[in-house]
Design a protein around this ligand. Sequence first.
Ligand code: HH2
Length: 280
Amino acid sequence: MRLRIGARLFEGPGPFVMGVVNATPDSFSDGGRFLSPDAAAAQAERLAEEGADLVDLGGESTRPGAAPVDAVEERRRVVPVVARLRARGFALPISIDTSKAEVARAALEAGADLVNDVHGLADPALARVVADAGAPVVLMHTRGTPATMQDLAVYRDLLAEVAAELRQALARAVAAGVAEERIILDPGLGFAKTPGQSVELLARVGELRALGRPLLVGPSRKRFIGHLTGAPVEDRLPGTLAAVTACVLAGVELVRVHDVAAARQAAQVAAALRQAAILR
Ligand code: HH2
């Protein structure tokens, strides 16, 4: 990949590690821990020390069944965190995990660099904000809303349908004026996917490289790991690292995780294995 995100040029195969900070009361694994701007900013700084390449800040949980948050509340949760980090000289690019145009605009104005939209810029107002700002964007695959997505996890050909829907999102974003070279794609593990479908996507994620854009995958602590192992959400780091390894071996450039130091180490080893296999 070759993509400027804020002050940093992301060049080559990576792997690059995106550290997650959820300034929410109800995120599935870290809800309530980083709700205050101080706690969220401190967590972003901790993840930077652990070796994150960028951080992803969210103010609304997207887990199945999560309660929607209005734009005023979501802004109140995230914008002070971005402002605080920038005021303290935080050096990493900041991604804002939102599907709301108003939140994205305010966060970009406060110093965020990238918009991570789990709805793949389905909202034209958000697409306009991203296009006007010239910001890079992550388009994630999902269907419906947190309330309906589990019922929409019905596919005749999972890989083909996810790829086709990502291609549509890409075309929609480009039509709205977003430069194609600023777009990253994400298959959306756990979003309108059963645990079995998340496993299949993870196993075959390399096929999505045919879409021609850098890939980001977020396996961290997700339900498919609990489903496979019985581990509760707080004990899913080993499974997360196995998934990170699979992503990097498949050529995924960016992984989105809560546990940055551990994921970085797994990603580095997997990257060396991939490189050695390619060179043989
Ligand atoms: N997963 C979550 C949220 N945002 N963004 C991208 N691009 N890819 C993902 O896989 C992804 C995402 C869900 O994880 P988390 O932020 O920990 O939980 P919650 O949505 O409950 O806040």
